[in-house]
Design a protein around this ligand. Structure first.
Ligand code: SF4
Ligand code: SF4
Length: 231
């Protein structure tokens, strides 16, 4: 795996070979990445199969955490791409879940990179997959051609996402994080609401709420499954 020439087209093609479904490129001013960053790749993977949003419960250092399956895939694919770019003599670091909050707002970055628009469900709605995508990012010192926000608005303002949210966390007044049950570190009250609303296939596994994703009529709804993305 390699590229003949360092440019945005070749690097996007490489990201596609590794398994990303969409790639956009923005400048370093949109993120708080390493100081040598000249370009930020915003990388998306379609998660049409809800299995991607299963989470496993783990406990270490006395702390309890849920970890989403798809974030592990995104981290692994991002690391593969960073490794491939380093093989080309570039500096490259991919995002990990742990440092994502301090480095970059992935929703803002995805819109800046032209991958989608911010929908009424408060997440990024893409033309091809609707909101059923997850994002990661990669920082590189390669100077690459930038992408730009989309001109078309793909959310059709149908408000189905508002109606299907089981807790009223999204609506005309925007997003109320305190009501969203897709929360990794819930308060005791929120944990009780999660127990009532979420599906727990095993004691250590849960299927995260994705009603605001599944209700959206924009884009494809089926077609990418586990064995299509895991070699
Ligand atoms: S994840 Fe669930 S609770 Fe949170 S905004 Fe979406 S539909 Fe509502
Ligand atoms: S469900 Fe309708 S209103 Fe909500 S994000 Fe999708 S298109 Fe927009």
């Amino acid at each position: 795996m390699g590229i003949a020439e360092v440019n945005s087209t070749a690097i996007k093609a490489l990201a596609g070979e590794i398994g990303f479904d969409q790639v956009g490129i923005i400048g370093p001013e949109h993120a708080n990445g390493p100081p040598w960053t000249r370009s930020v790749l915003v990388l998306a993977m379609a998660t049409l199969d809800p299995a991607f949003d299963h989470e496993m419960y783990i406990e270490y250092d006395g702390r309890r955490r849920w970890h989403k399956f798809v974030y592990t895939i995104l981290e692994a694919q991002g690391a593969r791409l960073a490794h491939a770019l380093r093989e080309e003599g570039l500096r490259a670091e991919s995002l990990t879940f742990e440092d994502s909050f301090g480095c970059i707002d992935l929703r803002v970055a995805a819109v800046q990179a032209g991958l989608g628009v911010r929908g009424l469900n408060e997440v990024v709605v893409t033309p091809k997959y609707g909101p059923r995508v997850r994002f990661t990012a990669l920082f590189t010192d390669a100077e690459l051609a930038r992408d730009h926000p989309l001109q078309d608005y793909y959310c059709v303002n149908c408000t189905r996402c508002w109606g299907d949210c089981p807790t009223g966390a999204i609506g005309p007044r925007g997003f109320d994080r305190s009501r969203c049950i897709a929360e990794f570190a819930p308060t005791p009250e929120m944990a009780e609401r999660q127990r009532e609303v979420l599906t727990f296939p095993t004691p250590a596994t849960r299927l995260q709420c994705r009603a605001c994703l599944d209700s959206c009529p924009v884009g494809e709804r089926q077609g990418v499954f586990y064995f299509d993305v895991i070699p």
